[in-house]
Design a protein around this ligand. Structure first.
Ligand SMILES: NC(=O)c1ccc[n+]([C@@H]2O[C@H](COP(=O)([O-])OP(=O)(O)OC[C@H]3O[C@@H](n4cnc5c(N)ncnc54)[C@H](O)[C@@H]3O)[C@@H](O)[C@H]2O)c1
Ligand SMILES: O=C(O)C1=N[C@H](C(=O)O)CCC1
Length: 245
């Protein structure tokens, strides 16, 4: 049995993760804590799942790594500098591994993968991410990572910067620039999490769209991460590394 702790257990995703861990035959939910609870309750866990908030996730991660607990992190807000900090903590604590994934939905990971594959064939790529209005961070972790993957493909293919004749702009009208890729964020009541990747070339376009219909959709990916993290050395970023794509 894998002894699992959950941070953010009362949150929208945390509740679903607790249910899924509880229902898994090979896991035991040994701690389910939320804001204000003592973090030491996680000492009994081998693996801790974090779905909390970008402002607190680094402190949680540091605690886990320093206490020999493998973190599986869904919380967003990670940039290159945060990831480097985590790599440093892991280097100081050999034997502890971490998995950080901006999206644990299998279809979302496939959408990101397909965008990465398609990017080298198109002059233009832009991303629209659409989320519920209670979301703290923008752009979404998924959109940020998709833009990085697209940019990497374009660089490898030696593509020129995307065509864009804009010279006069109301700030924000062209979205955020993530590694040279424009990302546009929508926050709308009624939504959960959605993304479109628009790719355009001479006389044709391709649109990849992903829709999250409920938050239990994240749990198969989270459970896969919990089962595998102990065998993934150091830091793994993205669930795609566990899917044999
Ligand atoms: N990777 C993915 O697949 C994925 C999917 C959905 C959401 N997310 C991300 O997960 C995070 C949480 O999303 P949500 O919609 O569940 O948010 P939420 O606000 O519903 O839940 C967060 C929970 O964390 C708790 N919390 C805050 N600080 C804490 C602390 N220090 N210790 C323990 N608990 C603490 C809050 O009280 C709350 O219950 C966000 O960053 C979101 O972007 C990632
Ligand atoms: O609801 C959220 O918040 C989500 N956050 C992740 C992101 O920022 O990409 C994944 C989708 C849902």
């Amino acid at each position: 049995m894998i002894r699992v702790g959950v941070l953010g257990a009362k949150g929208r995703v945390g509740v679903e993760v607790c249910k899924a861990v509880h229902a898994a035959d090979d896991m035991e939910l040994v701690a389910a804590i939320d804001a204000g609870d003592p973090i030491d309750a996680l000492s009994a866990a081998e693996v801790v799942v974090d779905f909390t908030h970008p402002d607190v996730v680094m402190d949680n991660l540091k605690w886990c790594v320093e206490h020999g607990v493998h973190p599986v992190v869904g919380t967003t807000g990670f940039d290159g500098s945060r990831l480097d900090t985590v790599r440093g903590w892991l280097a100081d604590n050999p034997g502890v591994n971490a998995l950080i994934a901006p999206n644990f939905g299998i279809a979302a990971v496939l959408m990101m993968h397909f965008a990465q594959q398609a990017a080298r064939f198109f002059e233009s790529v832009e991303i629209i991410e659409l989320h519920h209005p209670n979301k703290a961070d923008a752009p979404s972790g998924t959109a940020r990572r998709t833009a990085e993957l697209v940019a990497e493909s374009r660089r490898k293919a030696g593509l020129a910067p995307m065509p864009d004749a804009t010279t006069s702009e109301l700030p924000g009208a062209r979205g955020a620039d993530v590694d040279g890729v424009r990302v546009h964020g929508i926050r709308l009541a009624g939504l959960i999490a959605h993304q479109e990747v628009l790719l355009g070339g001479d006389g044709e376009t391709l649109t990849l769209r992903h829709d999250t219909m409920n938050r239990s959709s994240f749990t198969p990916g989270v459970l896969l991460g919990v089962r595998r993290v102990r065998d993934l050395p150091g830091l793994t970023v993205g669930l795609e590394h566990l899917l044999d794509l």
